[in-house]
Design a protein around this ligand. Sequence first.
Ligand code: HMG
Length: 437
Amino acid sequence: MNAPVEGFSKFSKEEKIRWIAQNYTSYPEQAEQLLKRYWNTDAAVQKIHDEFIENTISNYYLPFAIAPNFLINGEYYAIPMTIEESSVVAAASKAAKFWLSRGGFKTEVLGTEKVGQVHFMFKGDTSKLSRFFSEIKQDLIKDTSGITRSMEKRGGGITNIELRDKTDAIDNYYQLHCTFETLDAMGANFINSCLEQLAKTLKEKASAHSDFTQEEKAVEIVMSILSNYVPKCTVKAEVSCPVEALNEDGMSPQDFAKKMVQAVQIAKAEPYRAVTHNKGIMNGIDAVVLATGNDFRAIEAGIHAFAAKGGTYSSLTHASIEDGIFKFWIEVPLALGTVGGLTSLHPLVKLAMEILQNPTAKQLMQIIAVAGLAQNFAALRSLVTTGIQKGHMKMHLLNILNKMGASDSEKKELVHFFKERTVSNAAAKEALQNLRS
Ligand code: HMG
């Protein structure tokens, strides 16, 4: 049990399964069967999954759902969502339906600039480095032409390279801070290839630069890598309507609008609340990012850095009431791709893209920002009216009943029983016991 292993990566899939089952599980036979039960019956589909990552032994399924009725800039969308948490898709759908009759969502891409940096050490005179950089800037760009040619033909490429003096933070530390336009590609490989070439040219040119001392010639490249912080690759999504149109059961439209604005103000002022508030937004954003095969870790890291750009972690959404109009909006950075990566490999991602009418990266930015805004609207709407548990637990009921081993007919009866009652673990247990006795 719990043994180390040599050469695991070279084992066949069967060998890997046997090894993990025998060494790390109490019921090896059942573990093997379970892992194989999740294999796709279509060998070609399974092979694609096997090759996405390394040491694959099975598939880990997440539900793929649809939130319909989104009206975005006058066009109808049904949005694919991949997520494990109950009530998220229902909440998005409910928010979409709410805004469908109130003008829908309006969106605007504010920028598409991607960033990458070559981090290097230079021991010497900063003004000489600056002059050297100005002299070689064109060579830096020229030497990447083999990598940038196709991207440039499509209208993208390297948009700028700047020398940044970071010696305030770390002795001898400088950067080539580079910006890129990568169009419909997320661009990580393109950017990293460009950066590695820029680093190579920088080092070569420095070592031959006649104005440098020996120490200055020995530029030390530390690393070359894109940044997932993209504060100029942002999108805005917005909904608005007259306050009177916000009819809510048991609350006047004015009180509802005021509470929604207060809820956003609290998330702006209070980091403990902001994190949960933004988590609710990420329920929507991550689910569409995953369904469309994009990199949710990159998106998460970039968005949370953006939420803290003012020095304090704060709300990603905003709300106002002006001249009787309630306005609710989000501004988020989203570096996405609609070509390359999983988008051309994963059959369900391809279908998700088709359902979204094969969007460009800019269109996908707008759709995903809307999913985040809708999610936040739905969560805040529940929080300031009924409380979150009523709707959330109603959606969670089937999970609770499944955990308790309820049969299909019991589930049917209990879903009906809880239609007008608040669900909790204890209430579900009691109701199931009553039903059985
Ligand atoms: P409801 O009023 O009971 O729903 O809301 P309804 O039965 O009246 O149906 C209205 C519409 O809701 C439906 O229209 C659907 O669009 C949707 P229809 O399809 O009938 O024309 N809907 C559903 N869609 C799919 N499957 C369903 C379903 N039921 C309703 N079964 C609801 C129920 C859960 C939607 C509502 O209470 C809600 O929006 N709650 C918020 C839930 C939420 O935010 N969940 C996220 C998880 S909680 C969390 O992690 C984040 C949080 O902490 C963030 C924060 O603090 O800010 C809350």
